[in-house]
Ligand binder design. Structure first.
Ligand SMILES: [Zn+2]
Length: 282
């Protein structure tokens, strides 16, 4: 008898179908407000998306939700027992896109090149499970621009002691070498050890359901006189929601995913069934 298929239940903070539908309504309104032929036709497509005939757009919160559900289940099942996890946040040198210019970005080519860079940087037996987050960044309410940011997990065999600083430093410097950082700044790369439970609960941070405005502002603490930078997350404005949706719609569902040592098996595009298959043997 073949092994019984089972799905891992989604994490507690997973969006409900109502959340996804509300999010879709916000995007549809933003597209209608833009009133271009292209925007109207995407709004029609998202509006017509139903369970039995999903639109399969990367811009559709309902389809992205189904994709994320499978991705979570696939990621939890594909990560081997005894693995070590390093959460990675990396802002690449090529992160910046001017507002209004997203349509000029070829996400597919960019993701492929970052995937190749990460694969070269990591040890052959390592796996990577990650994706691209896109935010609209401002500093002191000025200089708004889109930022493509990589987030994910490096999954390592037990032979790598992820709690050892030298192991993390080795991986950090290889990543820096192969995947140049924004402003060359070390703070553009964060790498920290996580346990299995945290990986299971938070692996979908690598493939976000929603995108935000990140307002950074400098502050001088009145008690200590120290300067610090704070980040405040806000909703995107209507024109930004529309620009991002039109951009994402040009690429198949799942286009933000970055994998190493793992492969998606199943229907391409659409929300069809897929599983994650391990390509490395420990
Ligand atoms: Zn859809």
């Amino acid at each position: 008898m073949p092994p019984k298929r089972y799905a891992v239940p989604p994490p507690p903070d997973f969006e409900s179908i109502e959340d996804a539908a509300d999010h879709a309504a916000i995007i549809i309104n933003a597209l209608r407000r833009l009133a271009s032929t292209e925007a109207n036709s995407l709004a029609d497509k998202l509006f017509a998306c139903v369970d039995y005939q999903p639109c399969g757009s990367e811009a559709c919160p309902v389809c992205v939700r189904s994709f994320r559900k499978r991705l979570h289940s696939g990621g939890v099942k594909a990560a081997p027992i005894g693995a070590g996890f390093l959460a990675m946040s990396l802002i690449p040198a090529t992160c910046r896109v001017e507002v209004g210019q997203l349509s000029a970005v070829d996400l597919k080519t960019w993701v492929t090149s970052r995937q190749r860079a990460i694969a070269r940087a990591l040890p052959a037996e390592a796996m990577f499970f990650g994706g691209v987050d896109i935010s609209l960044n401002t500093f002191n309410n000025a200089d708004p621009h889109w930022c493509k940011h990589l987030y994910g997990y490096v999954i390592l065999p037990p032979a790598f002691d992820i709690f050892k600083r030298s192991v993390r430093d080795g991986i950090r410097s290889a990543l820096k070498r192969h995947c140049p950082l924004h402003n060359g700044a070390s703070r553009s790369l964060l790498l920290s050890a996580r346990d299995r439970a945290t990986f299971n609960a938070k692996l979908l941070y690598a493939y976000k359901a929603r995108f935000y405005r990140r307002s950074q502002y400098g502050e001088v603490k009145w008690k200590t006189g120290k300067r610090s930078t704070n980040v405040d997350g806000q909703s995107l404005r209507s024109a930004e929601v529309a620009e991002l949706a039109l951009f994402l719609d040009r690429f198949p569902l799942g286009s933000r995913l970055i994998l190493k040592g793992l492969r998606r098996r199943g229907l391409r595009g659409g929300t069809g069934q897929f599983t994650l298959v391990r390509e490395v043997n420990w």
